[in-house]
Design a protein. Structure first.
Length: 517
């Protein structure tokens, strides 16, 4: 599954390709559905293979490289044109999920851009061919989870499993170097960089503030809210919760995560010379870039103490220079000052909604459909790892706990409201504010809608993974979401659905973000 570490394409002599057709993603494995439930329900209202198309793509590649290697973007363009032409000119409804949301953002810019960089469809292609884009579990602004994945190949569940059985995943017991294998492999996948948080401190918060306000009750019972909110005056379940500095995506130590920024002594890591090899790394079968940094550079990373979304990029450039050098040619994470600047015509900006304009398609609709009510990873407490053979030097500190049932710090991970993978802020902000009405990011005033689905776990075994789940993948079987999609696919508009349906504080959080519109 690894790609070439220099090109981000196929390594010599190895060829792995995605499966095509509706079977490409109906089930991940026997009994574990992905798109199958939605496909079956669309079939009930008359859809068939001639009117449904599964746009499978190699999710390891950068988005532009899927066109370079496989002409995937061209195939999507041709299939959409064929479906419109053979169905009486009726426009298509596009339903991307997760990373596919960013991929389709890229597609909408590519299809209208002139060749050779784009598809040459012209500035009115989307207006002619797309009725609605119904984004499910959209990581529009990235996910903090991607940072921990790139930094230490961890997320909350892996960190907890590692703490309970410290030798099982490390080299200590089996000598498998599992984490090193995973890190080497995933750092060849350019697509992972599409999920890095976008917008810097303006969107995600700084050392002493965050849009979420810092006070939040992460008890599952408190997260669940039975009432919808249609305005900007929703009230959070604050109680007596301790304020959380969510803007600090990585903190080295719980005390650092909780202290005021004026009390934190930091030493800049950027000018530290890298070199030498880590202690106890001479017998490594699997080599990662950490092994070339040297102990001084590793210590310097920890001595910087705190990383926000703005400094995370510098951190990743420091610890993973090859990965970020490739990624810099394909992705960008900033906020455009002037969207008319010719530089934004380059494909590296096309999957960042803060550096691109939506198509000129005033009759089109864009939906953000996502689950809420599940604690979702937002920030991390890290520690330096005890030196062992072939070790990865940084690790989530699972001993860091908030100390109360409703605390948002558990096992070294700070949580907020979301779908377990994508925080509400990332999934909802663009449709709540960034694209709402006519803005510089949405000059034609495409109508946007937020449809949130309050998570309810299955009440019995007969429900399987649940018919009211808001979890990132299980939401694909959520009856309310399926109903919304079927109604739009049958001709309904967002107004017919009732407009926004909101349980979270996304409107309040969006107002706290000072972004030029």
């Amino acid at each position: 599954m690894s790609l070439d570490n220099e090109t981000g394409l196929d390594p010599p002599g190895i060829r792995v390709r995605p499966v095509s057709g509706l079977v490409a993603a109906d089930y991940f494995a026997a009994g574990y559905f992905v798109w199958a439930v939605l496909i079956a329900n669309l079939a009930q209202i008359g859809y068939e293979e001639k009117t449904m198309y599964m746009a499978a793509y190699d999710w390891r590649l950068s988005f532009q490289n899927t066109e370079v290697r496989d002409q995937t973007l061209s195939r999507i363009k041709s299939n959409i044109e064929l479906m419109v032409a053979t169905n009486g000119g009726k426009k298509v409804v596009v339903i991307p999920h997760s990373m596919g949301v960013l991929y389709f953002l890229h597609f909408m810019k590519w299809v209208e851009a002139p060749v050779p960089m784009g598809g040459g469809g012209g500035s009115d292609w989307c207006a002619k061919h797309i009725k609605a884009v119904m984004n499910i579990g959209a990581p529009f602004l990235g996910v903090p989870k991607s940072v921990s994945g790139l930094f230490s190949i961890e997320a909350r569940d892996i960190a907890i499993a590692r703490a309970f059985a410290p030798g099982f995943l490390d080299k200590d017991v089996f000598g498998l170097q599992t984490f090193q294998h995973l890190m080497r492999m995933t750092r060849t996948w350019d697509s992972t960089m599409s999920m890095i948080p976008k917008g810097g401190d303006t969107i995600w918060g700084g050392l002493d503030w965050s849009p979420e306000g810092g006070s939040f009750n992460c008890s599952a019972k408190k997260l669940k809210n039975n009432g919808t909110r249609t305005g900007h005056n929703a009230n959070s379940n604050l109680g007596n919760m301790k304020s959380v500095n969510y803007g600090r995506i990585i903190s080295f130590g719980k005390d650092v995560a909780e202290a005021h920024s004026s009390k934190i002594e930091r030493v800049d890591f950027r000018d530290v010379m890298k070199g030498g090899k880590l202690a106890n790394s001479s017998n490594c079968d699997i080599w990662t870039e950490y092994h070339e940094m040297g102990n001084g550079a590793i210590k310097a990373v920890a001595d910087y103490k705190v990383y926000t979304a703005g400094s995370i990029l510098d951190l990743l450039h420091f610890v993973a220079p090859k990965l970020m050098a490739r990624g810099g040619a394909h992705f960008s994470y900033g906020i455009a000052d002037n969207l008319d600047d010719p530089k934004y015509e380059h494909y590296k900006y096309w999957s960042n909604p803060l550096e691109t304009k939506l198509p000129s398609a005033p009759d089109m609709e864009i939906y953000s459909m996502y689950g809420v009510g599940i604690p979702t990873e937002r920030a991390y407490v890290y520690k330096l790892t005890t030196a062992t053979d072939c070790y990865i030097p940084f690790q989530i500190d699972t001993s860091a706990e908030g100390g109360s049932e409703g605390s948002c710090l558990k096992g070294g991970v700070f949580s907020v409201d979301g779908d377990e993978t994508v925080p509400v802020l990332s999934a909802g902000f663009m449709c709540a504010k960034g694209w709402r009405g006519k803005t510089r990011f949405n000059p034609s005033g495409i109508r946007t809608y937020i449809r949130e689905y309050n998570h309810a776990p299955p009440s019995n075994l007969l429900e399987g993974r649940g018919t009211q789940s808001g979890a990132h993948v299980d939401i694909m079987g959520n009856f309310a979401l399926i109903e919304d999609i079927i109604r739009v696919a049958a001709g309904a508009t967002g107004q017919d659905l009732g407009g926004d349906r909101v349980y979270s504080d996304i409107f309040k959080w969006s107002e706290r973000i000072n972004l030029q519109l």
